[in-house]
Design a protein around this ligand. Sequence first.
Ligand SMILES: Nc1ncnc2c1ncn2[C@@H]1O[C@H](COP(=O)(O)OP(=O)(O)O)[C@@H](O)[C@H]1O
Ligand SMILES: [Mg+2]
Length: 310
Amino acid sequence: MTIGWWTAVLALALLGSWRLAHYATQPLHLAQAALQELSEDKLSERLFYPEADDEPGRVFASLNHLLDQVEEAMERQRRFVGSITHDIRTPLTIIRGDTEVALMQERTAKSYREVLESNLEEVERIGKLVEDLLTLSRGHRGDLSLRVKAVHLDMLLREVRRQYQEAASAKGVTLSLFLEGEVEIEGDRDRLRQVLTNLVENALHYTPAGGKVDLSQFQDENVARIIVRDTGVGIEDKDLPHIFEPFYRGAQPGNHQGYGLGLAICQHIVQAHGGKIWVESQVGPDSGTTFFISLPLRPSARATSRVLTQ
Ligand SMILES: Nc1ncnc2c1ncn2[C@@H]1O[C@H](COP(=O)(O)OP(=O)(O)O)[C@@H](O)[C@H]1O
Ligand SMILES: [Mg+2]
């Protein structure tokens, strides 16, 4: 063959491999172009790729799944900002209205006291919300400051039960405590109390009259275990993987005035202690929810590095 022939064959081969490479990378170009087009106000759009079963098709499906999650998270944040703005503005309006009316004319000391007490209640409600948001953002950054001391878990559980005994009886729910001996751990008492109160408040809220909420605690080798079990309405399968996410609220929030922050905060606090928290739940007959917590008796090296004293 002549040199001209060889040149033609080489040129064809090069063209062929270029086209192959072009087709092989085309899906990536498509994905890149589509992703570049995305913006916050176009989050409902999805990437299209005709072949669902080949490898690029699966990559596109994964990217679309990721977009579903981003869209849901943004929607939750939007709803949260809407409801939080409302929930902060309402008590502020009440405080301002009551104060203005109180200042319009001379009143008795009793009447001033009533106004101040009602205002204090509203201020405490806003304060609790702001405190929860702060805890959440610190937990997120991994700098939740713990004031670590010896904590008698059994005594803490007794206190929490005492705190909620009246509310449970008023609702017709039996709140019981099962302690297997004394368990002492090193941790932040106030933060651990916050975990327990969040769990017990949820349990009481989601358990109808006639139901039971059991608090148990025992020691298992080097780990303290706490179980909060209720015979309440249970958590739907679709909600279960998300309930520890901030701002996530299940399908049955009822009239509960929550923001979906409680469990996210519980998880941050437990993890800052080097522990774990998880849940099992069932809807329908024999419905109910059980939260399990395991805490090392001494904070692990990882958790200790985050331990600060304020
Ligand atoms: N004991 C429980 N029984 C049934 N559902 C629960 C229970 N605890 C939590 N949940 C579900 O988990 C969601 C998140 O809980 P949480 O973070 O405490 O937020 P909130 O109480 O503000 O809704 C709740 O909205 C509810 O759907
Ligand atoms: Mg809650």
